[in-house]
Design a protein around this ligand. Structure first.
Ligand SMILES: [Cu+2]
Length: 375
């Protein structure tokens, strides 16, 4: 159905022919689901509004569509024909207040002090805010955020640290912060624990010790949970082992997510760190032989499973990051929602290497990036 929407809008405003055959399209268009989506779009003023959608859809071009009488789309690097579609143009990162090229390397260690018992204390402030985010050029999504960004700040600590997270709700809706990890009941951040849902204008300070070490996450746990997560209320929570991990040349946080821009409980775009195609348009620079460590988390709502595939390479995989020994040496892993893990790899050859969901529909709708490996 996502493709139907994209195809219909592509056809209406860009003149590009649909990617599916007419017979199949006719059948699906008469289906209930297609009607529903169209009705929703019309109710949102999108279906007939050139302003809202025309400005973006022509920029979403597909290799397959382009090959039906046009040249194959090339990536910005011009290293060869792209086998995935790509977005042309950038979103307004300044308007959004965050750029995925920064988010991927942005680890927030908090304000650090030492308690009288010698324990390290880390303090953060998380503020819930309603905010519009430009997801693809021309389409702004009415998001709910932590600190005005999606994902929220990547909170990073060491096992055994005391964590103090002041949560302020400046949003129009009740929210919480639910951490994955070990903590007392009243710190669980669900509506029936401790302070419960934090109402607009209220605040609460969550405090607990960081355990166990691993690659974790936090998210709002107010119901309807799917809506609170799909609107953008989540972030990474990384706990390093006391003895640390081997020094890596690059540490990257990748949160696999998506956006349901017409609120029909189906995703319309997919991404790592929120902006579809961002790392395809802005490759991540690494060098041959360097150790790359990726903290990978799937927060995707509505779809049952997500995946990560690395081109021309294999990686060691540490599920949930809770062991220093990898369990798998592979080039593709799958994660359900909230499943996460750590990937480690080095590139043997220079070049432009893709990484993407191996649920290829997700890749075609934005979850696609590149590592630019230099000698
Ligand atoms: Cu919420």
């Amino acid at each position: 159905m996502t493709k139907q929407l994209i195809n219909r809008l592509r056809q209406r405003w860009s003149g590009i022919e649909p990617r599916v055959d007419n017979k199949k399209q006719a059948v699906t268009e008469s289906g209930e689901a297609g009607v529903t989506r169209r009705a929703v779009l019309q109710s949102l003023g999108l279906a007939g509004s050139a302003a809202a959608v025309a400005s973006v859809l022509p920029r979403i071009v597909g290799a397959q569509g382009e090959m039906e009488g046009h040249e194959v789309t090339m990536g910005p690097h011009q290293m060869g024909p792209m086998v995935m579609p790509m977005a042309v143009g950038e979103v307004d990162h300044e308007f959004n207040g965050f750029n995925p090229s920064d988010v991927v390397r942005d680890f927030d260690y908090g304000t650090v002090s030492v308690l009288s018992n010698g324990q390290t204390l880390r303090e953060w402030t998380l503020t819930a805010e309603d905010k519009e985010i430009e997801i693809v050029p021309g389409i702004r999504f009415p998001a709910w955020t932590y600190n005005g960004r999606i994902p929220g700040p990547t909170l990073r600590a060491t096992e055994g640290d005391r964590l103090r997270i002041r949560f302020r709700n400046h949003s129009s809706m009740p929210h919480t912060v639910h951490f994955h990890g070990v903590h007392p009941f009243e710190m669980d951040g669900v509506p029936d624990a401790g302070p419960g849902s934090i109402q607009p204008g209220q605040s609460f300070t969550y405090e607990f010790d960081a355990e166990p070490f691993g690659c974790h996450l936090y998210h709002c746990h107010v119901f309807p949970l799917s809506r609170h997560i799909a609107k953008g209320m989540y972030g990474a929570f990384i706990v390093d082992p006391k003895e640390g991990r081997p020094k890596a040349d690059h540490e990257l946080m990748m949160m696999m997510n998506g956006f349901d821009i017409d609120f029909d409980n189906e995703n319309d775009f997919y991404a790592v760190n929120s902006i579809p195609f961002h790392y395809q348009l802005n490759p991540i620079d690494i060098k041959v032989g360097e150790l790359v460590r990726v903290y990978l988390i799937n927060i995707l709502e509505y779809d049952q499973i997500n995946s990560f595939h690395l081109h021309a390479n294999f990686f060691n995989y540490y599920p949930t990051g809770t062991s220093l020994q990898p369990t798998e040496f592979t080039d593709t892993i799958a994660q359900m929602q909230a499943q996460r893990g750590i990937l480690e790899f080095r590139y043997k050859y220079p070049g432009m290497f893709m990484f993407h969901a191996h649920k290829t529909e997700f890749a075609e709708l934005g979850w696609n990036g590149n590592f630019r490996v230099s000698p």
